[in-house]
Design a protein around this ligand. Structure first.
Ligand code: SF4
Length: 491
């Protein structure tokens, strides 16, 4: 077994999955050099812009659990991300037609003296306050650089409160300084859930399919689609209850909307409880959806039913897809996204007839937790055409340089911090914020029309670029975008 859920901290992705944050080359080169038996080393940067933190990813998942609460043992600034988490929570509520409510989070608000004398009292108070305020079924205590560096005994304090707080209180080790790969925070959250919330199966449920996702905007469609073949999706982790998480071990299979997100949880459920994890490429676009559904069919023994489902769904969009391709033919694009989406969206854009000039990924896992190269990498490397590709933890200065050089018609980004700058450079920008954008056959068509619409109105970005002064000097635009990326060291 590769995953050990009994240890206190999940090993970071750089060690566990040989994750890279510095690379410049191409899709085929990356695929070849990260294949079994080959080697590649990370290229460090001598200059780096602000990036994200793994606690944000952990809290994005945990704050969405409907009847749980999060105590962030940190200075209050570390909870700045909660603004985004609250907006994302409202987004999920909007899609369910629910009244808006805020996420259940508190900060222990560590100050200077706590970093000298320890923050134990603040943590005790924070846990008590979260229990009093939210009456949750579980509390997750997320750590930070400050509580990690001074070595507060989080587990010890939780143990002290056992008689007083009669629910699971679970430490989540997601200090930002441990890793450059913010997706390690997903693993930290899942590690906590696997170790303290998920229960051994009472009975197997042959209908239940775990779907690892974020806010689940496509859940009505998926529920209807799976219902046609006798399956019932349960969407985790945000918008699930603690009881739903306890029962993940009883499912017939686990699917994920994104391999980067689901690798740890899916693999652990398979290894520990025998729940098959579908290791297909992500369900973006038509080809991705074929792979996702076929993998599901194989996992639950419903290959024929799935084949029929694919045929029906695909047929329904062929006419519109042809129209969109005609409209987008000759359009060029650059994209920058997390690794679960970047390679997959190269294929989505290809399906829409868009020529991708360059792809950037915010990190890259050389292998997933099940031990193999991501399926999408292997598949993309088999295509005739190679695509220039880089890896960097959302270094916007590199992307700005690239866009200035390549001048594409479109920039696609899965992080708004990056899309804003492209728009200021006068490039039509399509942010891919919802994880179900371009989901399957119908999602591909909807996404295609959204791009057609975006291209029809270039005036906004043109005006914006005329009025905004970028923070870069001409000197930077004359350099290679990867000027600050060191040469690769010998393995
Ligand atoms: S945990 Fe560390 S990296 Fe993350 S927000 Fe707090 S100080 Fe910054």
């Amino acid at each position: 077994m590769a995953i050990n859920t009994t240890i206190s901290e999940v090993p970071i992705r750089e060690r566990r999955l040989k994750a890279l944050t510095g690379y410049s080359g191409s899709v085929k080169d990356l695929a070849a050099r990260t294949s079994p038996g080959c080697s590649i080393t990370n290229r460090e940067r001598s200059f780096s812009q602000t990036s994200s933190c793994s606690s944000g990813c952990a809290q994005t998942l945990l704050s969405g659990i409907l009847d749980a609460a999060v105590v962030n043992h940190a200075p209050v600034g570390c909870l700045g991300d909660s603004l985004y988490q609250n907006i994302a929570h409202h987004y999920g509520q909007f899609h369910r037609g629910w009244a808006y409510s805020n996420v259940n989070m508190v900060s222990t608000n560590m100050g200077e003296s706590d970093t000298v004398f320890g923050g134990a009292d603040r943590l005790r108070d924070g846990i008590r306050e979260a229990y009093r305020r939210f009456s949750p079924k579980a509390i997750f205590v997320t750590t930070s650089c400050a509580s990690g560096i001074i070595g507060d005994d989080v587990q010890g304090i939780i143990d002290e409160l056992k008689g007083e707080i009669p629910i699971p209180v679970v430490p989540v080790h997601c200090e930002g300084f441990r890793t450059k790969v913010w997706a390690t925070g997903f693993d930290a959250a899942f590690h906590a859930i696997l170790g303290s919330i998920v229960k051994p199966p009472q009975r197997k449920n042959p209908e239940r399919i775990n779907i690892i996702n974020f806010r689940g905007s496509a859940r009505v469609y998926i529920t209807e689609l799976f219902g046609r073949i006798g399956l019932k999706p349960v969407f985790v982790v945000p918008f699930a209850t603690v009881a739903e998480l306890e029962g993940m071990s009883e499912a017939a299979a686990t699917l994920t909307i994104c391999g980067t997100l689901g690798s740890y949880l899916g693999t652990a459920l398979e290894e520990k409880y025998g729940v098959p994890y579908v290791k297909s490429s992500p369900p973006h676009g038509s080809v991705g959806m074929d792979s996702w559904l076929t993998g599901l069919g194989r996992a639950v023994g419903k290959e024929l039913e799935i084949e029929q489902l694919i045929r029906t769904e695909k047929q329904a969009v062929q006419g519109e897809l042809a129209q969109i391709r005609a409209r987008l033919s000759g359009i060029t694009a650059v994209l920058g996204m997390g690794p679960g989406f970047s390679l997959s969206y190269l294929r989505v854009l290809d399906e829409l007839g868009i020529k991708v000039l360059y792809g950037a990924s915010w990190h890259y896992d050389q292998q997933y937790d099940h031990g193999a190269q991501p399926a999408i990498t292997t598949e993309m490397a088999l295509r005739d055409e190679d695509i220039p590709f880089s890896i960097g933890e959302q270094q916007n200065y590199e992307i700005a340089n690239l866009l200035n050089e390549l001048k594409p018609d479109l920039y696609f980004s899965r992080h708004p911090g990056s899309s804003v700058w492209a728009a200021k450079q006068g490039i039509v920008t399509v942010p891919v914020m919802d994880e179900y954008t371009a989901f399957g056959y119908h999602g591909l068509v909807n996404f295609g029309w959204r791009i057609v619409d975006a291209l029809a109105n270039r005036r906004f970005v043109t005006n914006l670029s005329r009025r905004v002064r970028l923070p870069y000097q001409d000197w930077w635009f004359e350099q290679n975008p990867y000027h600050f990326l060191a040469e690769e060291e010998a393995a």
